[in-house]
Write a protein of this length. Structure first.
Length: 380
């Protein structure tokens, strides 16, 4: 009985030692660098192990090979992006998702990779994959994956600081790169995803921004905080030319901000633009009218005052509240009123020429394009 118990204990200890032992990989030296063998979605490959690279990088020829042989599909192509290279140039690239990278029995799931537009670009194993390995040690050609799960908190904290600094300084391409790393490590909260989506949108990638927000199951957190996720969704849908969706989100934004009239005025402007792009001039005129009226509420003036102000017709003691935004809104309002038949063409031109003489650049541009002189005797 004692011997059998001892055998069971030894087997358990042996299993525990095997389960928790470090993984040592002999990498292949190649032209002064080290390559690591792995399989990508089942395809055997060798990558240069590059801790200085932010992402896994593939050449165009390798990406084409993976696609042609069905190791990746259309659904794995996430979009496009841009990044800076060593000589300071900004280059464009395609972003793809690698569902599975297997390294020495370890499986890294959903790793983002960039495809460099060059047939002979090197295959790089960068941080988007390396960070998923956990703690590692490098000793020449030997790579050791440690199973003690050392604390990565300092590295993650630094990533957050770098991402926030880049975002706050409007360096959106860098912010996207840092948030992408944090996202691949499952470190982003809903608020982090919100900032990642904003950075992606400002980096001219509305598709990525939408995919990130799709991961947020409900917006209860945003309802309780001063974060307007609906406006972000409005901008994303506007960029994607889904104008009816965009209008709906800007309306939801107005319900959230309620008495913040300056922000409501912006949303009415955005709604007007969406209707305008969709050639719905009647709805556009209505939204622009609400925006101008809100400008009046903010400054305690009526529509007649605003129109006199737009033509430099105020009395001596009256204060002007004109700015570039109100010039734009009034021009768009009058233009849409003419397009939908609310105003006659002659009435529209009378208003526009008066605004052009007062310095409205939108009215001036339109008249110049039409070959109309706002200072002609017939308009005075």
């Amino acid at each position: 009985m004692k011997i059998s118990r001892l055998i069971v204990l030894l087997i358990a200890l042996l299993f525990a030692n095997t389960a928790w032992s470090d993984t040592v990989i002999q990498m292949e030296e190649y032209n002064g660098v080290y390559r690591i063998p792995c399989t990508v979605n089942g395809a055997k490959m060798k990558f240069i192990f590059d801790t200085g690279a932010s992402n896994v990088c593939l050449s165009m020829s390798m990406a084409e090979y993976l696609y042609d042989n069905e190791f990746i599909s259309k659904e794995d192509i996430l979009g496009t992006g841009s990044s800076s290279v060593a000589d300071g140039r900004i280059v464009d690239h395609v972003i793809i998702n690698l569902k599975d990278i297997e390294i020495a029995g370890q499986h890294l799931n959903n790793v983002q990779a960039v495809v460099i537009d060059g047939q002979n670009a090197p295959l790089l194993m960068g941080q988007s994959a390396i960070q998923k390995l956990g703690s590692i040690e490098l000793n020449g050609s030997l790579l050791t994956i440690l199973n003690d799960q050392l604390d990565n908190s300092e590295f993650i904290d630094n990533l957050f600081k770098e991402a926030s600094l880049a975002y706050d300084n409007k360096l959106y391409d860098r912010a996207v790169a840092k948030y992408s790393q944090l996202h691949s490590m499952n470190q982003l909260s809903d608020y982090g995803k919100y900032r990642y989506a904003w950075a992606s949108l400002m980096n001219e990638d509305p598709e990525k921004a939408q995919r990130i927000l799709d991961e947020i199951s409900n917006f209860e957190y945003f309802e309780n905080e001063k974060i307007d996720i609906y406006r972000l969704l409005g901008f994303i849908n506007q960029d994607l030319e889904k104008y009816s969706n965009a209008v709906r989100y800007f309306e939801l934004s107005n319900k959230k901000i309620q008495s913040d009239y300056k922000e409501m005025m912006k949303n009415f402007e955005y709604m007007g633009d969406c209707h305008f792009y969709a050639n719905n001039y009647s709805a556009a005129a209505e939204s622009y009218h609400y925006a101008v009226a809100t400008h009046g509420v903010i400054n305690n003036i009526d529509m007649q005052y605003i129109q006199r102000d737009s033509k430099n017709k105020l009395k001596k003691k009256e204060v002007s509240y004109r700015n570039d935004t109100i010039d734009y809104l009034l021009y768009q309002l009058f233009f849409c009123n003419e397009r939908c038949g609310t105003w006659s063409t002659d009435g529209f031109l009378m208003e526009v020429t008066a605004m052009a003489r007062a310095g409205n650049k939108y009215a001036t541009k339109m008249l110049n394009k039409a070959g109309i002189d706002p200072y002609a005797e017939c308009w005075k």
